[in-house]
Design a protein around this ligand. Sequence first.
Ligand code: XLF
Length: 329
Amino acid sequence: MPNIREIAKRAGVGIATVSRYINNTGYVSEEVKLKIQKEIDESGYTPNALARAIFTKNSKTLGLMIPNITNPFFNQMATVIEEHANRFGYTLFLCNTEDNEEKEKEYLEVLKSHRVAGIIASRSMCKDEYLNIQIPVISFENHISSSILTISSDNYKGGKMAFNHLYERGCRNILHIKGPKTFDATEMRYQGFIDGAKEKNIEVHVIGFESDFQVKMLEENLNNIINIEKYDGIFVFNDIAAATVMKYLKEKGIRIPDDIQIIGFDNSFICELVHPSLTTIEQPIKDLGALAVEFLIDLINGEDIVIKNYLVETKLIQRESTFLSSEVM
Ligand code: XLF
């Protein structure tokens, strides 16, 4: 396969002219364009993306660190981000970090070597690695530093909303299954939830899951919950974990919502797929994804944006898992 140097030689022009033509970055006469295109067509030359990145200083690719691609919320979010990035002429490198520090570090090196124009780091487990990076970065959820913009849902308010909903539905014996301590978002949900309970003078019980990977949740966490049947309401830190808890409850013969009402967090597509359908706190996935891409592209373009924590509103979506069966149509 010929390279750009050979194309330039065959067309009788300089490498810079071929680059200007390929990348559309400056004037090339119509006559020269035809000559270059003829050589490209005849030789089967395809410009290498990396070479193009070196020439133009913008590879038009973004790196997306996703912590768990098997979680429906994150696969929906990756789709939104990809679509939105494409609209701006960018393509995506998808890195599934599995909340693993080493994996994320390795991916970061790969993204640097491919000269991505910017990175969206979600739920980062290796914050220090981003501190002196020369590439624009946006963080989703886990706060990295005061010089990196963070986007997340208003998880605190969402957690409080979840408590208030269970309370309004008549639950008084409530369990919160919280997320791992390393997830800023679920720590905020937990805070909001227990503050809501304090305001109503209700004592709630809390247990923690160590990951949001379905198989691990089943194996490592659920069997440790003692006397789950004594609760009448459960708030689970995200939808995928809530679906797992629902399966566990059903296997024990516990009826949802008649015996236990349950609420998740995300409003991912599984809420409508499980039975009964799952009440949840919605994270506006489309807005979050679009915002992350737009802020990142602004940074790449050198625009002056305020670096802070951007919170996006959450909202209660009530479904059958908190309806008493007599109320279900
Ligand atoms: O990191 C949090 C925990 O799980 C994230 O927003 C999610 O809710 C996605 O399911």
